[in-house]
Structures are given as C-alpha cells and as structure tokens.
Design a protein around this ligand. Sequence first.
Ligand code: SAM
Length: 201
Amino acid sequence: MQLSSTLPFSQASENNKLPILEILRPHLTEVHSVLEIGSGTGQHGEFFVDQFPALNWNCSDIPSNISLTNQRITARGLANFPEAIALDVNEPIWNCGFHDCVFSANSLHIMSEISVTSFFRGLYQCLTKNGLLFLYGPFKYGGEFTTESNAHFDDWLKQKDPLSGIRDFETIMKLATDAGLMFLEDNPMPANNQLLLFKLL
Ligand SMILES: C[S@@+](CC[C@H](N)C(=O)[O-])C[C@H]1O[C@@H](n2cnc3c(N)ncnc32)[C@H](O)[C@@H]1O
C-alpha cells in the first residue's frame, strides 16, 4: 500500500475494482449487507457503495489496521459505509453482526494457513443462510501455479512472511465444504487472479 493524495491507496484495488464489479453486479442487486474481511485501504467498499447506493458495506480488518481502513470511510461519511469493524479471523468471537454477503480480496495469500482455516471456521458467525461468499485473489490448481508470475509472487510473499503464500484451490474447496458452503463459480480475472463464489447452505 502507498499513500495517494491524503488517503491510503492500493493500485491493485484500483485496477481490479471494475472487473470485480462486473462479476458482483448481478448478485449485489439482491444483497442488503456485505461484510468485507481484510479491507485494507477500503477502496473496494467505497467503489461498490457508489455503484449500489442501497447496499450496506461493512469493512473490517485486524485491530492494528483499523485506523488505516477508517481514513477513507471517515472521509466519505456515508451512512451505508460505516466505520470498520475490528476483526481478526483468528479470534474465536467475531463481533461482526449478520450479513447476506461476505467479500474478501487478496487476503487469503497474506494470511497463514491456520488463519485461512479460521476464516472458514468463523464464517458462520456473520453469514446468513443462503448468504454469498466472494473470494478474490490468485490460487494454485493441482499444486501448480497458473502462471510463472504467480510463482514469483508466491516467492516474494514468502520472503516477506514464510507463513503467507498462494493457496490451493482444492484446500479452499475442502474448507468451504466443511463450513457448509456450496461452490457456485470460479471466474478467471485479469492479472492471473480468480473470483470464487460460494453460497451458505
Ligand atoms: C493485501 S491486503 C488486501 C487489502 C484489500 N482487501 C485489497 O484488496 O486491497 C490483505 C489484508 O488482509 C488483512 N489480514 C491479514 N491477516 C488477517 C486476519 N488474521 N484477519 C483479518 N484480516 C487479516 C490485512 O490486514 C490486509 O488488510
């Protein structure tokens, strides 16, 4: 993340928000409230509430990142884009309320494997029955990276934090199934990313 003008800014979020919108658009017309896990700069929420003024978008992040996420939220001052919730997926209790959609972008490869497991184990605390889960980011399939650049990205991530890394699609499927989620879509996205969609049964 870098600072652009006065607000925290991620160029990746700026690049991927439109392609993500195209996938989310038909679903978000039906959704009332989104919980975003690992919101970072808050750019996705800001963009999606502008597109869907009737949608409530609830950002969250780990406690040490909350003030960063709240900078953009405070600057906008929108009723449907409230202050971010402090949420570390490793905590046993998520004080997150219930939502009919959970969205998370570029977070699973930053989290450790244990945190990714906690992510799926905790979802029941915030996602309503028939609620949707969108996961954006890079994944491996059959243990293979989809591209050489994703392999380099994985090396780079692990140099910064050996516990991080691009996750196996099959592992995500298993964790999702164990959490009571039904797999609906795997959408290929620009820059070697995917947008996965699940529904809570
Ligand atoms: C690469 S950033 C992505 C931020 C934003 N979603 C985006 O697409 O620009 C990864 C985010 O995951 C969050 N994160 C890392 N570990 C977490 C955890 N245990 N629980 C919740 N969020 C976590 C980080 O604080 C960070 O905001």
